[in-house]
Design a protein around this ligand. Structure first.
Ligand code: FAD
Length: 427
């Protein structure tokens, strides 16, 4: 008889809530990861995120080997994999951490149902966020849809009752199932190593974060996002650290939780406008324009530098993400879903809740969004945030030779955007 701990977006042994409780189980614990074919089949063979997942799993496996255990890696349709596992093992209990995305919720319900028919007991835990969907609500119990009051309530709750700091399971490691499962290579999973790598996170520049975070040429943000996405760090540790170090940095981590609860309560935002009054906007959706945006050839240096950074590294500075997103939706009048999908394909830190939330913010269609008449001027953004052109020269080496004409005049595009939004928004 065995228990399972199913790793998903929590790829670490340290301070992992579900794993901590799994190791307290009465049965030896098999640590499991499933490469889900329904996700993998749609990805390019050189996907940088699959490379990162594989590297993170390899690290865990090495740690486990040190204590006579190993990861069990499976590849297939998740439900089929579980059917095979219950045929192969006497599965008493299954532990996992909750995932709040609509697809994941559906998948987990199906797996739990299967396991229940097999008389296996399932346990799920909050690990991905400090406060989950129903913990920070308005006094009438309804979800917040505006960030600032959400943040205030979040902070109030946090400081009132500091949550437990760490789920240290190291003394329970003896309860891992003794095994030497074969650890597959990336090629055996059907992928090749990507040259695009996730950067290690850093807190070197955090003391001045509030002053420097908007300047893309200054390396002052944490690069935590892919690590939070895949759970190679614990959000609890990061939040406690942020609370001691920098209030603005903490408020960014709260944005992450804000958008997670929005996604949970309003799953329609994945594909539809949060504000349905905006459904009537007549997008131009011009394919050629979209291509120029994707390839970073719009003639606006700030937009082009950002898109090239994204294409080359899988990352883009937050200020520049805001500029390119606004440009796509407002200057080009292309619906946010196109940009969201492109980011989803390219970003190492792609996270459904943050991506959809921020895209809808930029498009003005989101819950607590930029007003529709605010149209970023990419050249003013450049002057404000990259005055010396250090960031743009890094990504557009030919910049000094004279840069091409903008694909659309700013004043014209601004007026067109405002008029189109005005005409499309239901009063
Ligand atoms: P830091 O400035 O060091 O911030 C620390 C952490 O706070 C981040 O790692 C992230 O977890 C969180 N955070 C910061 N800003 C936001 C924000 N606006 N919304 C939600 N969480 C935030 N972030 C993602 O993690 N995944 C995405 O898919 C994503 N898509 C975006 C799309 C658009 C159009 C825009 C404007 C922003 C998007 N962001 C997304 C938010 C933000 O740009 C990144 O989290 C940030 O740039 C990551 O770099 P960092 O870790 O160095 O950030």
């Amino acid at each position: 008889a065995v228990s399972f701990f199913w790793f998903r977006r929590d790829l670490r042994l340290e301070d992992n809530v579900g794993l901590y409780y799994a190791l307290k189980s009465d049965y030896p614990v098999i640590p499991l990861f499933i490469f889900d074919e329904s996700i993998l089949d749609s990805l390019p063979k050189e996907d940088a995120r699959v490379t990162f997942i594989h590297e993170s799993l390899a690290k865990i496996n090495t740690q486990l080997n040190g204590i006579g255990s190993s990861l069990l890696i499976k590849k297939g349709q998740t439900l089929e994999v579980w059917k095979n596992l219950i045929a192969e093992f006497d599965v008493k209990e299954v532990f996992f951490n909750k995932d709040y995305e609509p697809f994941a919720i559906q998948r987990d319900e199906a797996i739990c149902q299967l396991l229940e028919t097999n008389k296996s007991i399932t346990y799920s835990f909050k690990d991905q966020v400090l406060f989950e969907e129903n913990e920070i609500t308005k006094s009438d119990g309804l979800p917040y849809t505006v960030y600032t009051p959400y943040k205030n309530k979040w902070l109030e709750k946090y400081y009132q009752n500091l949550p437990i700091l760490e789920f240290d399971a190291s003394e329970l490691y003896f309860n891992f199932y003794k095994s030497q499962f074969v650890f597959p290579s990336l090629e055996q999973i059907g992928f090749v190593e990507s040259s695009i790598k996730v950067k290690p996170y850093t807190f070197d520049a955090l003391a001045n974060y509030h002053d420097t975070r908007d300047f893309p040429a200054v390396d002052s943000t944490s690069y935590l996002s892919p690590h939070l996405r895949f759970g190679t760090v614990s959000i609890r540790k990061m939040i406690h650290f942020a609370a001691k170090t920098n209030a603005v940095f903490l408020s960014e981590l709260i944005w992450r939780e804000f958008f997670m609860q929005i996604l949970y309560h309003f799953p329609k935002v994945v594909t539809q406008n949060f504000k349905s009054a905006y459904d009537g906007i007549q997008w131009r959706n011009n394919e050629e324009d979209f291509k120029r945006w994707c390839t970073g050839t719009t003639g606006y240096p700030m937009v082009d530098a950002g898109m090239r950074q994204l294409n080359e590294t899988g990352y883009m500075h937050n200020r520049v993400r805001m500029v390119v997103a606004s440009f796509l939706c407002k200057h080009l009048l292309i619906q946010w879903q196109w940009g969201e999908a492109y980011f989803a394909e390219k970003l190492l830190d792609y996270d459904l809740s943050a991506n959809v939330g921020n895209w809808q913010w930029a498009a003005g269609t989101g819950c607590d969004a930029a007003p529709y008449f605010r149209v970023f001027n990419p050249d003013i953004q450049l002057k404000k945030f990259d005055e010396k052109g250090i960031y743009i020269r890094k990504w557009i080496p030919e910049f000094d030779l004279g840069y091409g004409e903008p694909m659309v005049d700013h004043a014209f595009a601004r007026d067109r955007a405002i008029a189109t939004y005005k005409a499309g928004i239901l009063k």
